[in-house]
Design a protein around this ligand. Structure first.
Ligand code: TYM
Length: 325
């Protein structure tokens, strides 16, 4: 069976885009895949950060992922920083990556534009991401659309390394959901929904209480036309809500749903109900998980121990190939 892997950066709280783009696909793959879920806290250091907040977000993210249904009997779940082989392979892969390749990444260009304090690690971010993936011989990487360019870079680096130094890495494939692969900010539907948005009125966090979710959706920007239609280019706000609803209603499509909904009011009520229902079990499990630090520590240590075994084998293979005794 294919091995799936995904990573989550603890720069804030998990939001609905993370859930539809990657958390849910990972949880669904627990049935027939052998998934790996990691909290990529080293990646969180590539932009300005506060150490205490980072620690706090990391613990909360672990509890949130478990509450969302990550089952550690089936899934290897750990913190990137607990496995030093990530940094070790990162360096070897830097030696197989071009400066120009990294500097071309859209995310790097967006985050570095006009910012004099850009960290060097922001440039090499996608190489660390490639190391995360290649360490585990992952075949499939469920991600939202914002990560597809990074996935392509990981594939290029793996192929190049294999060609130069002999077959060493599995070449991974990115897997994006067929609908809602790029969930947009409800208050600004031409921007991606993100953990670190400056105004979080348009971001649904997985732990938001139902009344908060209802309020954010009620205030979601739509468009002046009174009827509901699926037209992502001209009506991005309505399209975003329709995609969220379609993602939460198996078998439906955004255009099909639009045809059956008479008004935005009706659409928003349906989206609220679907989101609240989807997140209800998660909220119900979270409080007990976050209160049990002993259990969280155990999950963390057990995951790291298993991950290190596999990671050490991959690094040994890569060193051998590249000429490091
Ligand atoms: P991060 O933490 O920003 O996001 C985690 C996952 O959620 C997806 N995602 C979205 N999907 C749809 N709509 C959105 N609005 C949305 N926002 C986020 C992301 O695509 C991602 O799949 N670079 C990665 C972290 C990473 C990683 C990895 C991922 C590091 N190493 C190895 C996969 C494999 C990131 O910043 O994710």
């Amino acid at each position: 069976t294919a091995r799936r892997l995904s990573g989550f950066k603890p720069t804030g709280r998990l939001q609905l885009g993370n859930y539809l783009g990657a958390v849910r696909p990972m949880i669904e793959s627990q049935r027939d895949h052998e998934p790996i879920v990691m909290i990529v806290n080293l990646h969180a250091l590539t932009v300005q950060h506060d150490p205490a907040r980072l620690r706090d977000h990391t613990t909360r993210m672990l509890a949130t992922l478990l509450a969302a249904g990550v089952d550690t009997n089936r899934t290897l779940c750990y913190l990137q920083s607990d496995v030093p082989e990530h940094a070790e392979l990162h360096y070897l892969l830097e030696c197989a990556t071009g400066y120009g390749e990294a500097a071309r990444m859209i995310q790097f260009k967006e985050k570095s534009r006009g910012n004099a304090a850009v960290r060097l690690s922001l440039l090499t971010y996608p190489v660390l991401m490639a190391a995360d993936i290649l360490l585990h011989d992952a075949d499939e990487v469920p991600v939202g659309e914002d990560q597809t360019q990074h996935l392509e870079l990981a594939r290029d680096v793996a192929n190049r390394f294999n060609t130069r130094y002999g077959h060493t890495f599995v070449v991974p494939r990115g897997v994006t959901p067929s609908v809602a692969a790029r969930v947009m900010d409800l208050a600004d539907p031409i921007s991606k929904m993100g953990k670190t948005a400056t105004h979080d009125g348009g971001v649904i966090f997985l732990l938001d209480p139902p009344d908060t979710i209802a309020r954010k959706i009620a205030r979601a920007v739509t468009d002046p036309a009174p009827d509901v239609a699926y037209d992502p280019d001209r009506r991005p706000g309505a399209a975003n809500l329709l995609e969220i609803l379609a993602a939460l209603r198996p078998g439906s499509t955004p255009a099909g749903l639009a045809a059956g909904l008479g008004s935005y009011r009706h659409l928003k009520d349906e989206v609220t109900e679907a989101v609240v229902e989807a997140l209800r079990p998660l909220r119900a499990r979270y409080d007990a998980l976050i209160a049990d630090r002993g259990h969280l520590d155990h999950v963390r240590r057990a995951g790291a121990a298993r991950a290190r075994e596999r990671a050490a084998r991959t690094v040994a293979r890569a060193k051998d190939a590249i000429g490091i005794p």
